[in-house]
Each structure stands twice: as structure tokens, then as C-alpha cells.
Design a protein around this ligand. Structure first.
Ligand SMILES: O=C(O)CCC(=O)C(=O)O
Ligand SMILES: [Fe+2]
Length: 307
């Protein structure tokens, strides 16, 4: 595989010291060209990553899951929802079950979270939030802004964690694990196992994200593309269905959920040559439009400044 066909792997060793400048440059380069990168030496111990994925498997394979399955509903105020697509009739469903937990700004009462992944979810989220804050700092600096720019604007006040379980699919050619989409948030930290199947759409072709042991996949969401006035990309991605192997992933979506604050292109990044491409919107306005739109064009189009 040609080198330009692999998403960058960034080593975060020395992020608070000697290598910070180099890491900032790498994050900027990856965000401009891919919107995706993997990070290693990110500070989250491997046993926490493994326990998190094991918790998701245990929950999904338990006969009594204790959470009712339904289509994800953004108008439902419940902070824990379990979505399954496996038993639908008609058009082929995505071959995946997903446990959605809103962990911030206020986590649910612990007893609402399935016991088989409850403790590890709290522990993992604590570490992922710390890493998220670190990455936001690097991203801010890479755009020439203060380290705290995004954090101070509520961009990590909200966190939805979606734990995906992809069972083996008897006819993978008929469907996907996850359809082509972009993420409706600022930043996603994705933990995946070693099975593979995640692909990013770049320059008119699908590129596989090769799993790297112990690494986390980071991707820019639509709201980072909006705020950076398209300096940073939010690229479409999808997950293939797999005939023989189950697959697990855990996505942490950082956004300003439940905040009244509006977001638009950052004024420092708007110039005469590159005027504001998008209008302002709150993160919830964006999220609801994204989930309820009837055409499957990119949701960001709707927020473009017309004319
Ligand atoms: O399962 C994966 O690797 C990716 C899932 C994903 O793209 C998402 O939850 O937005
Ligand atoms: Fe995604």
C-alpha cells in the first residue's frame, strides 16, 4: 500500500515537552488532509482499553441485556439507549448493535448503565476525557489559537459514548456494519479492536484504517470543519460487515451538547480570500438536523452561507 494511502500514526510521547511542536505540526497536517489519524503513547493503559472492549462484548452477548432496544431517538431524554438493527424487515439493516450513553454534561445514574460494562465505562471515559482535553489543546495551537480555545467554548462539555458491537454477518455484501457518514460533533476518539473494516473516503476512494495495537483513532467531526472554516476536514467513513468475525468499537463524541452557545467559523480563520463558509449554529441544532434530515446529503451543506 502506498504511504499516502495510510492514515497517519502520531506518537504522543513528549506532548508536554520537547516534541510538542512536532506533534502540533503532525496533527495539523493530518487534520488538513485526512481529518483522521491514529495516536499511540496516548497515556491510556492498554488494560483499560481491553477491559472496555470486553465489557461491550459481555454486555452484547448476555442473554438478559436489561436495556430495551429501539431506534436511536434524539428527542428521547433518556441518557442510555440501546439500538439494534438486526431484526428489521425490508431494506437491509446495518449489521450492528449500539449502546449509546450520554456521559456529559451530566452522566446518567450509574444503575441506568448495564452492569456488565458500567464500571469500566466510567473509568474509560475519565481517561478518554483527559486525552480529549490534551488533543483539543494541540488542535487549538495548530490553528494558531490559545491552548484552551475549544475547551473554554464548551466544545468538550458534552460527551456521547457509543459502544458498537458488530456480529458476524451471513451476507456482508448486502449491507454495512455502519453506512457512510461523517460525525456530527467536534472530535471523536475511537477505540477499535484488531478486526478491521473501518474505511475513510478520501480523494474518491475508500482507504482502510489498519488497526494498530493499543492505538486510538481520532477524527474531526463536522463542527470542527465548520469552526475551522474548512481548514480541517471531516471525512466520510463507513464500516464493512464481516462474514466470520465479530467486531467491537467504542466511539467518544465530544461536542457542546445541551449548550446554548452558537458556533461559526473562528474569526481568526476568516479572511477576505476565505470568507465564512458556514453560518452559526448551536451543536444541538446541528445534531438534530443531522439525525432528522430526509436527504442523505452531508448535513453541513444546510449550514452553508448561501450565495
Ligand atoms: O465502528 C467504527 O469503527 C466506527 C463507528 C463510527 O464511525 C461512528 O460511530 O461514528
Ligand atoms: Fe463515525
Amino acid at each position: 500500500m502506498a504511504e499516502e494511502d495510510q492514515i497517519p500514526v502520531i506518537d504522543l510521547t513528549g506532548i508536554d515537552g520537547a516534541r510538542r511542536g512536532e506533534i502540533i505540526d503532525q496533527v495539523r497536517g493530518a487534520s488538513e488532509t485526512w481529518g483522521f489519524y491514529q495516536v499511540v503513547n496516548h497515556g491510556i493503559p492498554i488494560n483499560i482499553l481491553e477491559e472496555m472492549m470486553e465489557g461491550v462484548i459481555n454486555f452484547n452477548e448476555a442473554k438478559q441485556k436489561g436495556v430495551e432496544a429501539h431506534k436511536y431517538d434524539c428527542h428521547n431524554s433518556s441518557k442510555v439507549q440501546f439500538q439494534t438493527d438486526l431484526n428489521l424487515d425490508g431494506a437491509y439493516p446495518n449489521w450492528r448493535d449500539s449502546l449509546v450513553v450520554e456521559m456529559a454534561p451530566e452522566p446518567p445514574a450509574p444503575e441506568e448503565i448495564p452492569p456488565l460494562c458500567r464500571d469500566i465505562l466510567f473509568e474509560y471515559v475519565k481517561s478518554a476525557t483527559k486525552l480529549g482535553e490534551e488533543l483539543y489543546g494541540v488542535i487549538s495551537e495548530s490553528l494558531g489559537l490559545d491552548t484552551g480555545y475549544f475547551k473554554e467554548r464548551d466544545c468538550m462539555n458534552g460527551l456521547r459514548v457509543i459502544s458498537h458491537f458488530y456480529p458476524p454477518c451471513p451476507q456482508p455484501e448486502l449491507t454495512f456494519g455502519t453506512n457512510k457518514h461523517t460525525d456530527p460533533c467536534f472530535l471523536t476518539i475511537l477505540l477499535q479492536d484488531q478486526v478491521g473494516g473501518l474505511q475513510v473516503f478520501r480523494q474518491d476512494r475508500w482507504v482502510s484504517v489498519q488497526p494498530v495495537h493499543g492505538a486510538l483513532v481520532i477524527n474531526n467531526g463536522d463542527l470542527l470543519q465548520l469552526m475551522s472554516n474548512e481548514t480541517f476536514k471531516s471525512l466520510p467513513h463507513r464500516v464493512l460487515a464481516n462474514k466470520t468475525q465479530k467486531r467491537v468499537s467504542v466511539a467518544c463524541f465530544f461536542s457542546a451538547y445541551r449548550s446554548q452557545r452558537s458556533f461559526g467559523p473562528i474569526k481568526e480563520l476568516v479572511t477576505e480570500e476565505k470568507p465564512a463558509i458556514y453560518r452559526d449554529a448551536t451543536a444541538d441544532e446541528y445534531f438534530i438536523h443531522y439525525l432528522t434530515r430526509s436527504d442523505f446529503s452531508t448535513a453541513l451543506e444546510h449550514f452553508k452561507v448561501s450565495g
